[in-house]
Design a protein around this ligand. Structure first.
Ligand SMILES: [Zn+2]
Length: 279
């Protein structure tokens, strides 16, 4: 599932490639990806003839601004891809659900095999009403620099486990299952430690680990796992998975201490850690 680094890369690509372009036509193959709209025509009517005027990221959501004040909200869900085709003749991938054709040529395509992702158009002011998560979104660790003291107060006030706190969108926006595991390894902390158990030194390590992992992940253009679902706007896979220390490395040797990386259950997902490097 795309997390903050992947969505941030798509935002940057979108800003360079798509902002300033005008929408000529819109096609959707059904209602699944545009389920907040009444019908396909109503979705298309809110886009056709408008120009993209900017793009921002809130947590894992992309807000593509239109020149009339509306905004096209894109959430990639589990498996969504937002890709730019240079021309309409370029082969269409399977599971392409929405195609936005631009007047200067080229298309923006929304591909989503598992269909948990979505797109919808709304007024900027109503985005938070539409998506409850955005109304209560926590601090963005890349966009809103905070001191490690503030970060520490946020964490040490909670009895929940660190893994859950890192993934709580109301505290910190944009972190999911992959990056929480990598951040915890970088900090040398177990995910089942509680927030209130952290010492000042551990808070600093966790804070530094979070910033370093997220910045590195953006630098290497995100993580594309074995399922190859995440790609950037140009359809290219990310490179950060080669730098993962624990995530999806069960049974392999820890790069720091050579002990074997283990997998645990976490809700209905898996979490990975080194039994020696994380305390
Ligand atoms: Zn280790």
């Amino acid at each position: 599932m795309p997390e903050l680094p992947e969505v941030e890369i798509i935002r940057r690509d979108f800003e360079r490639e798509i902002v300033g372009r005008k929408i000529k036509s819109v096609e959707a193959d059904g209602m699944r990806s545009i389920r907040r709209h009444h019908n396909r025509k109503q979705f298309a009517n809110r886009l056709v003839g408008k120009k993209f005027s900017g793009v921002e990221r809130r947590g894992k959501y992309l807000l593509c601004r239109l020149d009339d004040g509306d905004v096209l909200v894109v959430h990639l869900g589990m498996s969504g891809q937002l890709v730019r085709a240079k021309s309409a003749r370029e082969a269409t991938k399977k599971h392409t659900h929405v195609v936005i054709t631009l007047t200067q040529g080229g298309q923006l395509r929304f591909v989503d095999p598992r269909t948990f992702g979505e797109m919808f158009v709304t007024e900027l002011d109503t985005v938070e009403k539409e998506v409850a998560e955005l109304a209560h979104l926590g601090i963005d660790p890349l966009d809103e620099p905070m001191s490690w003291e503030i970060f520490g107060r946020m964490f040490t006030a909670h009895r929940q486990k660190l893994k859950a706190l890192l993934m709580d969108q109301r505290l910190i926006a944009g972190i999911g299952n992959i990056y929480s595991d990598e951040i915890l390894f970088a900090a040398g902390l177990r995910g089942d430690r509680t927030g209130e158990s952290l010492s000042a030194q551990e808070v600093r390590r966790l804070y530094r680990g979070m910033i370093e992992v997220l910045q590195d992940a953006v630098k290497h253009r995100g993580s594309t796992l074995a399922d190859e679902q995440y790609v950037d706007l140009f359809g290219q896979a990310g490179g950060y998975q080669a730098f993962h220390q624990v995530y999806a490395r069960e049974g392999e040797a820890c790069r720091r201490c050579r002990k074997v990386i283990v997998r645990h259950r976490y809700g209905n997902r898996s979490t990975f850690s080194c039994p020696a490097c994380q305390v």
